[in-house]
Write a protein that binds this ligand. Structure first.
Ligand code: RAT
Ligand code: ZN
Length: 416
């Protein structure tokens, strides 16, 4: 049994260390100010986050179709009324929004949506970005960048000056998962490709990837996978994965981020909020890791049931770096469980948190929770270590926290 005074003292020491170390958020969906309206911020965007829309549509007296007919402001009004006024905002997503308001100095007790709107109307995108980076203790973040998104592609082609705190990640779901829909677009852009991957398709897709790597300078290539993904199986998806994505990653010395476990569009009426979860086959992941020992894989898995197994897989494969509590897992209850399990199974060789935010202010509650659970778990583990007579110095605590909050990522991707 740990002595509570010793534990409290340890919590203070870990908190202090965590407040000093820079944070890198390795996967988000926010954009740098150079991307214009693609950078989402402000109270109406916060209320219209798809996590809150899913919760609202469980109560509200409107069909999804009617909801999508409303303008942004009316949708935000409905989310506010439904989740904050008609019921108490206790879900992680709703409470997180209140944490944003509090951190920005707004009075949550007033419940005055119009005054929150007035506050945000007086901000600039650059100003709000600076402020939230400061509040969240963030040093840099990684965007999710899709060359098939017309708005985004136009920005990249204009040669934007991107705030150096924002890094790119080249997302390949549109290319690989939606190949049938999107290969004609590659043809429009001058690539000699065929639907069944014949002829010059494979070298041409590689040429496309090299082009976008030159343009975006991504830190890694990224792909989400359905729980039904199996490897190897000779499928078109795995050919695109191996012969294009992994081949180019190897040529360019880039790591690959894989995200198994999302069942897309189980309820398409909900649009972005219509995706679900399923248990993945991690034996397939093991076979991939074994086949490509020199490639580095960043992996997060969506189902809770896969988490223990993923930690065991990480013990077998040094070319695997697990990261974050993804999406529905990013609630206090599971962040606590997952951080604990990872630290007990892997020590410090993992990346415990990423935010996945779409609206930039959301980094504030995400990183508050990330720090809190890191503090709780590490304090208990250091206290257990000290009970044996071993002493941990403040410098060592800071070193370990620095690894978890950023340095493990930069080291793993070979940029340290
Ligand atoms: O967390 C989210 O907002 C999801 O909609 C997804 O974007 C997911 O994180 C993904 O990267 O596919
Ligand atoms: Zn994401």
């Amino acid at each position: 049994m740990q002595d509570s005074a010793a534990l409290n003292d340890m919590r203070l020491r870990v908190r202090e260390a965590l407040s000093r170390v820079p944070v890198t958020d390795i996967h988000t969906h926010v954009y740098a100010p150079a991307f214009g309206d693609m950078l989402l911020w402000g109270i109406d965007e916060l209320l219209n986050h798809h996590y809150l829309i899913a919760e609202t549509l469980r109560w509200a007296d409107v069909t999804p179709a009617e909801f999508w007919e409303m303008d942004r402001r009316q949708q935000a009004d409905l989310v506010w009324k439904t989740l904050f006024l008609d019921h108490s905002p206790v879900s992680a997503a709703a409470e997180g929004l209140l944490e944003v308001l509090r951190a920005l100095g707004l009075d949550t007790a007033s419940r005055d949506l119009e005054s929150y709107r007035a506050f945000f109307a007086a901000q600039t995108p650059e100003g709000i970005v600076d402020r939230v980076f400061e509040c969240a203790g963030l040093e840099s973040l990684v965007m999710t960048n899709d060359p098939f998104d017309d708005t985004e592609r136009a920005v990249w082609e204009s040669g934007p000056q991107i705030d150096s705190r924002f890094h790119a990640a080249l997302r390949l779901d549109s290319l690989i998962l939606a190949w049938e829909t999107n290969y004609p677009r590659l043809r429009d852009w001058g690539y000699d490709v065929e639907g069944p991957l014949g002829g010059r398709t494979i070298p041409e897709v590689r040429r496309f990837l090299h082009h976008w790597i030159d343009r975006m300078e991504p830190l890694y290539l990224m792909l989400s996978l359905s729980p039904s993904w199996r490897f190897p199986d000779g499928s078109q998806l795995n050919r695109l994965l191996e012969e294009c994505m992994l081949a180019v990653a190897a040529e360019r010395g880039l790591p690959v981020a894989l995200m198994p476990g999302c069942r897309r569009q189980v309820n398409p009426d909900l649009r972005l909020a219509g995706d679900s979860v399923g248990v993945s086959d991690l034996a397939s992941l093991e076979r991939l890791l074994a086949r490509y020992p020199k490639l580095r894989f960043l992996v997060t898995v969506l189902s809770r049931e896969n988490q223990y197994e993923l930690n065991v897989v990480a013990r077998k494969f040094p070319n695997l770096m697990t990261f974050g509590c993804w999406w529905f897992l990013n609630i206090p209850y599971l962040i606590d469980e997952m951080t604990r399990m990872r630290v007990e199974l892997l020590g410090f060789s993992h990346i415990p948190h990423h935010s996945d935010v779409r609206v930039v202010e959301q980094v504030i509650p995400k990183w508050t929770h990330a720090r809190l659970f890191t503090e709780v778990v590490l304090a208990e583990r250091y206290a257990a270590v000290e009970e044996t007579g071993w002493k941990v110095s403040d410098a060592e605590i800071e070193r370990d926290c620095r690894d978890l909050m950023g340095r493990n990522f930069w080291r793993f991707i070979g940029r340290l």
